[in-house]
Ligand binder design. Structure first.
Ligand SMILES: *[C@@H]1O[C@H](CO)[C@@H](O)[C@H](O)[C@H]1NC(C)=O
Ligand SMILES: *[C@@H]1O[C@H](CO)[C@@H](O)[C@H](O)[C@H]1NC(C)=O
Length: 425
């Protein structure tokens, strides 16, 4: 018992006398490595890779971790990495995504994509640079004995753009022992350097679908001898639009967008079948399930009215279901407060939810989480184009702020959730 008390006293002394790592110190140190952060981001920008194939990206990250003596586990969801700084409880995770998009990057920057047809058009290169920056700041603080007791796990996840790489990493243990997790997404519609979040749902759930309408093809001049799937598909596409506009509450949020359409190839041939596809989005799981059920009911019924058949395929292998991203109320309030202490209260605001999907949703189903939006809109820097646009431009000026936000969330979380010496014994 006496020994335990002595140990407790020693632990308390160690906790009280380490240098306090304040948000202001973190911001100053992050600013000092801004040039390095830009280099990291540009190196990663030049090698955009598809989900689960982020090999060069993976190697760049592990080289950095090796050179900073940061231990890590690799091979989760193929190319995913979990790095650990510090030790023991509590454990807080910071997550970044790694994959790029099948978009042709126009000529321009000298650090333009070297993988023709692929582009970091969703800012994941910036997210990774910020995470590397936080890793560097936190590892240096840990070596100087400035990091509060506990561990920070930095999760680099593959295949955010549709492959649910985050879900696979979680199944493979990426969140085991983790108490809370945070992630950030750059947003070109929000002013550069501002930080936005909210408790509750912040992003929508998403499902992709394909409908095949089968008729009987033949000569376009003799439609009465055939069964035309083109007119049937047109009727069905219009009918599906009534699910959101006529069947669900105008106060609920749902989206049904048809984005692909393939029919025949000749002016004078009625094709055998037509395929169209798209996505549905909803802020609740129930809303999505409703839209899903109605697509399944309407498709064969409307097709039958035209003498055709229709089948619906949810493409779950290719495009897994992404549930809505639901921030924990306390984690979001904590993150916004920590953000305000770093960037100033005037830079922090409540986020409007977005109808985009995000596989950080899987993290939020497992542990208390908060997803934050970091504004990058800056007309001077040309950062005005939408995510997923070939013109997407990152205001690199925010990189150090993002790195500092990550590092602050981690240190403040460890401090606020310190496991008392008595709990440890
Ligand atoms: C629709 O399916 C039924 C049952 O399989 C089949 O008999 C019919 O020929 C199909 N119609 C078309 C236009 O493909
Ligand atoms: C916008 O970008 C310009 C040029 O890079 C920079 O000087 C300015 O500080 C940025 N504005 C904000 C709000 O970050």
């Amino acid at each position: 018992m006496t020994q335990k008390l002595l140990l407790a006293a020693a632990l308390l002394a160690a906790a009280c006398c380490a240098h306090a790592l304040t948000p202001a110190t973190i911001l100053e140190r992050a600013q000092a490595i801004q040039g390095w952060l830009v280099e990291q981001r540009r190196t990663l920008h030049a090698c955009p890779e598809p989900g689960f194939q982020e090999k060069a990206t993976h190697d760049h990250i592990t080289r950095f971790l090796d050179s900073h003596n940061i231990p890590y586990k690799t091979g989760l969801a193929q190319t995913g990495i979990v790095a650990t700084i510090g030790s023991g409880r509590p454990v807080v995770a910071l997550r970044t995504d790694m994959d790029a998009l099948p978009i042709h990057e126009p000529q321009g920057a000298e650090y333009r994509s070297k993988n023709e047809g692929w582009m970091h058009a969703c800012g994941h290169d910036g997210h990774m640079a910020m995470a590397l920056g936080a890793a560097r700041l936190l590892a240096e603080a840990a070596r100087a004995g400035e990091l509060p007791a506990g561990s920070v796990k930095i999760v680099f996840q593959p295949a955010e753009e549709g492959g649910a790489g985050g879900d696979i990493m979680i199944q493979e243990g990426a969140l085991d022992g983790v108490d809370a997790a945070f992630a950030m997404h750059v947003m070109p519609h929000l002013p550069s350097g501002s930080l936005h979040s909210r408790g509750g749902t912040i992003m929508a759930g998403a499902l992709s679908f394909r409908v095949t309408v089968a008729g009987r093809g033949g000569h376009a001049a003799m439609p009465h001898l055939n069964v035309d799937p083109v007119v049937a598909a047109a009727g069905l596409m219009s009918a599906l639009q009534t699910i959101v506009s006529r069947e669900t509450s105008p106060l609920g949020s749902g989206v049904l967008s048809i984005t692909m359409l393939r029919a025949g190839d000749a002016y004078n041939v009625i094709p055998d079948e037509v395929m169209f596809g798209g996505t549905i989005r909803g802020l609740t799981h129930e809303h999505l399930l409703y839209m899903k059920r109605r697509i399944e009911e309407m498709s064969p019924a409307v097709a039958a009215a035209y003498g055709c058949n229709a089948t619906v395929d949810w493409r779950l292998d290719e495009q897994p279901y992404y549930p809505p991203t639901v921030n924990d109320e306390k984690a979001a309030a904590f993150a916004m407060q920590a953000g305000a202490s770093l960037l100033g209260a005037e830079q922090v605001a409540t986020a409007e939810p977005l109808m985009t999907g995000e596989d950080f949703a899987f993290f939020c189903r497992k542990v208390p989480c908060a997803l934050l939006f970091l504004g990058i809109r800056n007309e001077t820097a040309g950062a005005v184009h939408a995510l997923h646009s070939p013109k997407f431009t990152l205001d690199e000026g925010v990189l150090y702020k993002g790195a500092a936000v990550h590092a602050t969330l981690a240190t403040e979380y460890l401090r606020a959730n310190a496991v008392s010496a008595r709990d440890e014994l």
